[in-house]
Design a protein around this ligand. Structure first.
Ligand SMILES: *Cc1c(COP(=O)(O)O)cnc(C)c1O
Length: 462
């Protein structure tokens, strides 16, 4: 018999979590204004809000904390991180930042001006926020297959080269300061970009004299998918694949809270010394001195260690197989999900879950509320609330995909927890015909509204 899946680690420390009653949850979600970001963590049994900074560090990472060098300038921890970045990612220059969006803020301050165009594959919300805040425009060039959850494509994060070329031809190079390639592509469902696509995008960019920056939060998960799915890579190690991936980039921004398996941290890495110098000034203004940039020495140590562990095959195999386990169990219950399953999360297709449900009543958010009420599971909407309003017209944007995202923290939950989540959402699916009313917005922020939006349940009977 083929041996079954089993985790490539064992547990040394535990944290208790508590179940709640349906009555308690009704009250709590109401007080939270039907925004799951407003729930207290002890009001949640299984927290799949995000995989960002919620992972479990290893014994080796915890040991590294003790070795942290807290010198203001030139700490050994800085050099530990520098070496890891050079060795694993192949970049000579880097700047630590406190998290991914801080890396975007610093790098975009050095690169983007009003009126600029930034093509990419479904830009992440903070990335888009930092582009639009500078009155520049993010142009989505993701392949069409990404927006149909019923079709199979091994690399739904790929950029459409025809769409990209149209943008690069339409605007002068001075107006396109960078192309952002997100690996894996969070917004289309944690979907990977193929090595071939990375290479082709880079070659096209070079032809037009434009730089390519990877938004790299889940670069290691992307490398895993290349190994498993792309011809010619099965025999290569994750570390070899990662180096080749980044050979098609001029630089990267990183949220280390994802694939570097730390609770807080980020960085920018670059090849161009001049750009690094320009960005350094903004790093000092916004983050901290260039050898710590908003991070403690101990955190830089844990991050460096996390980069080595996060690019080990056994770890990635455990991780991606757990996500796929949840995806398969949901499929068994008939729940419509984005396929193939993504690297960090299962994306439930809310439009197919609740057919005919009015988009103005936010179907994915409605599902998130229902799943919480059902079992105390926290998920997140990746749909119209997140898509926000058009910065020019101020109209609501309704994206093609309306997702409920179940993001799995790294090394944190067992497959029993996944089973619990699958049954909970399976139960909601069984009673889907009784879900008639959604929510409406009562109050919202002018940018990135999803974090703080206040909602009300719509009570009119249909
Ligand atoms: C999380 C994330 C970011 C932002 O990083 P933070 O650490 O949350 O600030 C940027 N891009 C992608 C693809 C991400 O997943």
């Amino acid at each position: 018999m083929e041996l079954p899946f089993a985790e490539s680690y064992k547990i040394k420390m535990v944290e208790n979590i508590r179940k709640s009653t349906g009555e308690e949850r009704e009250q709590w979600i109401k007080t939270a204004k039907y925004n799951l970001f407003n729930l207290r963590s002890d009001q949640v049994f299984i927290d799949l809000l995000t995989d960002s900074g919620t992972g479990a560090m290893s014994d080796k990472q915890w040991s590294e904390l003790m070795l942290g060098d807290e010198s203001y300038a030139g700490a050994s921890s800085y050099f530990k991180m520098k070496n890891a970045i050079q060795e694993i990612l192949g970049f000579e220059y880097f700047l630590p930042t406190h998290q991914g969006r801080a890396a975007e803020n610093v790098l975009f301050s050095a690169l983007i001006k009003e009126g600029d165009i930034v093509p990419g594959n479904s830009h992440f919300d903070t990335t888009k926020g930092h582009i639009e805040y500078r009155r520049a425009k993010a142009v989505d060039c993701t392949i069409g297959e990404a927006f149909d959850t019923t079709v199979y494509h091994p690399f739904k994060g790929n950029l459409d080269l025809v769409k990209l070329k149209t943008v690069l031809k339409k605007y002068p190079a001075e107006q396109i300061p960078l192309i952002v390639v997100t690996v894996t592509c969070n917004s289309s469902g944690g979907q990977p970009v193929s090595m071939q696509n990375l290479k082709e995008v880079y070659e096209m960019a070079k032809k037009y004299g434009i730089r390519v920056i990877f938004d790299s939060a889940r670069f290691a998960e992307n490398a895993y998918f290349i190994k498993m799915r792309e011809p010619g890579y099965a025999e290569k190690t994750i570390k070899e694949i990662v180096l080749e991936m980044f050979s098609y980039a001029d630089g990267m921004t990183m949220s280390s809270k994802k694939d570097a398996i730390v609770n807080m941290g980020g960085f920018i890495a670059l090849r161009d010394e001049n750009l690094w110098k320009k960005a350094s000034t903004f790093n000092i203004m916004f983050e901290g001195y260039i050898t710590y940039g908003g991070m403690s020495g101990r955190d830089m140590n844990a991050l460096a260690q996390g980069l080595y562990e996060g690019t080990e095959f056994d770890y990635l195999d455990t991780r991606i197989k757990q996500v796929a386990y949840l995806g398969q169990r949901l499929k068994d219950f008939g729940v419509p999900v984005q396929e193939p399953f993504g690297g960090h999360a299962i994306f439930v297709d809310a439009k197919r879950f609740l057919p005919g449900f009015p988009k103005e009543q936010f179907p994915a958010q409605t599902l998130a509320i229902e799943l919480y009420l059902e079992a105390g599971v926290r998920s997140v909407e990746i749909g119209a609330i997140l898509a926000d309003r058009d910065p020019v017209t101020r109209e609501n944007r309704y994206p093609d995909l309306e997702f409920l995202r179940l993001a799995i923290p790294r090394r944190t939950y067992t497959n029993n927890h996944m089973e619990y989540v699958a049954v909970a959402l399976g139960n909601v699916y069984q009673r889907r015909n009784t879900i008639l009313n959604g929510v409406k917005i009562v109050s919202e922020a002018p940018i990135m509204r999803h974090f703080t939006v206040e909602l009300e349940r719509i009570n009119t009977m249909v």
